[in-house]
Ligand binder design. Structure first.
Ligand code: GTP
Ligand code: MG
Length: 353
């Protein structure tokens, strides 16, 4: 059960006691005096932040704020939600986290070097690859939205195989929210390309997400797969990104909460994509817009939060004679356009026009 508006108000009005029995007043005064050593040798700990003791640090971690960076890029509202402080205190914590970090600028040539590390995972359809500039890129989130049966899940399977064709050591993580991952489909797709299906399957780590919190947690655990278990994760599929969020947050009153959670989820993935140079592929359903009379009366779930965090956005629909049409909606450096292809047992195939 979600909180209703009245409950939320009640929670907001309740004063949350500060740690060690301090009053808010005292705490704010003390905070002004605490200075974090900006370039100290040791890595700053959450406990170094003003007003943050062991218990608050734990609350922060439980809410997914594991390091200075995650706090530095958060909003005061998120701090209010995570640890129950006032907005003013939240702002001070964020400011302190920012000054504790070396949030330096990257030079253009460094960024160009980073771009050179980008791997492009092919889709199997030459037209589709051309549309996305050679394949699905690492370092970015690509969102595919479209009606049921438009091929979003099939594409996820295809990418999980093709990333391994590109790099046999690559591992794909598949977060399955709708129970639509099929190992036998992977086998077909791998064998059609002459690959060893057993090996391909072994390099796909599948996790079923049972609700939106579980889904978010699974994404957070991908870093462990890489850093603690040494997996060369190059692709993370979240299929579907929005189904749980859509089912759990029903009604207008819960929209803000849903968007806030989705926002956090998207940012975890964006950071993962960037720091680990991996490709994030998310699928999204569409809902009908009854007030649209011209053009396509469908709209992706998650609104601008998902749209904004995705580097590439592709709209998929069913085309003529059982074909599928992918349309590039939003991309930083590619032309908008369309690709026509078929989903076949062996993979994606171009439509010969
Ligand atoms: P939702 O998750 O319901 O929103 O749909 P989706 O966009 O994920 O669709 P999905 O990728 O599951 O596409 C399903 C379609 O792919 C089917 O209707 C088939 O047309 C096609 N398809 C799936 N498997 C096979 C296969 O083994 N052979 C062939 N020829 N087509 C397949
Ligand atoms: Mg699907």
């Amino acid at each position: 059960m979600r909180k209703n508006a009245q409950q939320v108000e009640e929670i907001e009005e309740t004063e949350i006691p500060m740690e060690d029995g301090q009053s808010k007043q005292e705490d704010e005064e003390e905070m002004i005096e605490i200075k974090i050593p900006v370039k100290s040798m040791k890595k700053p700990l959450l406990e170094d932040l003003p007003g943050v003791g062991a218990a608050t640090a734990q609350k922060l971690q439980e809410a997914g704020f594991n390091d200075m960076m995650s706090i530095a890029v958060s909003s005061p509202g998120e701090m209010v939600d995570a640890i129950g402080v006032t907005e003013a205190i939240g702002r001070k914590i964020i400011t302190a986290a920012r000054s504790a970090l070396d949030m330096g600028f990257e030079s253009g040539d460094d960024l160009l070097k980073k771009r050179e590390r980008v791997i492009k995972i092919p889709t199997g359809s030459a037209a589709f690859d051309k549309l996305v500039g050679g394949g699905f890129e690492t370092g970015s989130i690509t969102e595919c939205f479209g009606e049921f049966g438009s091929g979003k899940t099939q594409l996820g399977h295809m990418l999980a195989v093709n990333v391994q064709k590109l790099d046999p050591t690559a591992v794909a993580v598949y977060i399955d929210t709708e129970n639509t991952f099929r190992p036998e489909r992977i086998k077909q797709l791998a064998e059609a390309q002459g690959m060893d299906a057993t090996k391909v399957l072994a390099n796909i780590k599948v996790a079923r997400a049972y609700n939106s919190d579980h889904q978010m947690l699974l994404v957070e655990k991908v870093e462990d797969l890489i850093q603690k278990q040494g997996n060369n994760v190059k692709l993370v599929v979240v299929d579907s990104l929005t189904a749980h969020f859509r089912a759990e947050f029903i009604g207008r009153g819960t929209l803000a909460e849903r968007q806030q959670k989705l926002n956090k989820h998207m940012h975890t993935m964006l950071k993962l994509a960037d720091t680990c140079n991996l490709c994030v592929y998310v699928t999204n359903q569409v809902m009908s817009k009854p007030d649209v009379f011209f053009g396509d009366p469908t709209q992706a779930i998650g609104g601008h939060i998902v749209a904004h965090a995705s580097t590439f956005r592709i709209y998929m629909r069913k085309g003529k004679k059982g074909s599928r049409v992918a349309k590039l909606i939003d991309s930083p450096h590619l032309e908008e356009g369309e690709a026509n292809f078929f989903v076949e047992t062996g993979g994606l195939r171009d439509v010969k026009l």
